[in-house]
Design a protein around this ligand. Structure first.
Ligand code: FMN
Length: 323
């Protein structure tokens, strides 16, 4: 029998796992902006076993991030069985399995979206993990795509198998592996999946606005939505979506509020990783935060050469206030 997953799935907005982006400080930012559920970046089960301390760092979180899920990827059910016990030492609220990653390095090991071509192995992985999670009442979610390519869009059959094997929640990004990120995700496939299974379905793919949330929910009837690229450099979108989902009045986010969030992000990064590393890693985020702003290309060049925190903040403040 599946668990009550309401706190994860009842009209919630999820932060998608984004390797290299959704580290602990960014998850805190998203949570503070209004994300209901956050997930770690994908963590290799082999890494958890053979390089435990390093891999577990990706699973660090604090209580303010709850409900928090750890996402695992791999291809060997027995390795999963060992790794899950290590992941559980962090006491996450749920476990997610990545069966959608299209990246070559991952699929050539039979992991990520390659598992959609080996559903029997995918079923064994889910069953092994479920055996461990069941007595602890910890929910299990599985995230996948519409299939490997246009000739094998097996998401319906696959979703049903995941449900039967023990998944409590499924999340669909309706693109095939061979599409990678090309084209538009097909939200009507989420509708089909929702009609096929009885466990909650999280809809994912190409949400960048409240209007998109409204349409995806209307088209698909999905229980909750998950957003990835749409919040890169735009975490305050969660504030708007959260207000929308709670039927609250939507208040636009001011420039000063955006600056406050960016500075808070930098502060969290410095606390977590130290000044030098924070400045280097924040460059990717600054580039997202400033994307599309008038004169931002020149400012980004200056930010990428700067090491002094006060100077970086001044550059960003001046850019935002000059729009
Ligand atoms: C930079 C980047 C990193 C990603 N890392 C992960 C990951 O670690 N695990 C995962 O399941 N999906 C990963 N994804 C896929 C996203 O979670 C999401 O399914 C996909 O981007 C579609 O949603 P979106 O259109 O809202 O971005 C990644 C996507 C991007 C762009």
């Amino acid at each position: 029998m599946s668990l009550n997953t309401d706190k994860l799935t009842n009209n919630k907005v999820w932060l998608a796992p984004l390797a290299g982006i959704t580290d602990k400080p960014y998850r805190t930012i998203c949570k503070e902006c209004g994300a209901d559920v956050v997930v770690s970046e994908m963590i290799s089960v082999d890494g958890l076993i053979y390089n435990t301390d390093h891999s577990l760092e990706y699973a660090n979180f604090d209580d303010s991030q709850r409900p928090f899920g750890i996402q695992l990827f791999g291809s060997d059910p027995q390795i999963f069985k060992k790794a899950i016990k290590i992941a559980l030492t962090k006491e996450p609220d749920f476990i997610d399995i990545n069966m959608g990653c299209p990246v070559k390095k991952v699929v050539k090991r039979g992991a990520g979206s390659a598992l959609m071509t080996t559903p029997d192995i995918a079923v064994r992985i889910v069953s092994e993990i479920k055996n461990v999670l069941s007595p602890l009442n910890i929910p299990l979610s599985v995230k996948f795509r519409s299939g490997w390519d246009m000739f094998s869009t097996n998401f319906l059959e696959f979703g049903t198998k995941m449900q039967t094997a023990g998944a409590d929640i499924i999340c669909l990004h309706p693109r095939t592996r061979s599409q990678m990120f090309a084209g538009k995700s097909k939200w009507d496939l989420i509708t089909k999946l929702k009609n096929e299974v009885s466990i909650p379905v999280i809809g994912n793919g190409d949400i960048t606005s409240i209007e998109d949330v409204r349409s995806m929910k209307k088209i698909s009837g999905c229980d909750s939505v998950m957003i990835g690229r749409g919040i890169m450099g735009n975490p305050w979108l969660f504030t708007l979506i959260h207000e929308f989902l709670q039927n609250k009045k939507i208040i636009q986010v001011s420039t000063e509020e955006k600056l406050r969030i960016i500075k808070r992000h930098l502060e969290l990064m410095i606390n977590e990783k130290g000044e030098k590393k924070a400045v280097m890693e924040m460059r990717t985020h600054f580039s997202h935060y400033t994307k599309g702003l008038r004169g931002s290309a020149r400012i980004r060049e200056s930010i990428n050469r700067a090491y002094d925190i006060d100077r970086i903040i001044l550059l960003i403040e001046n850019l935002f206030r000059s729009q």
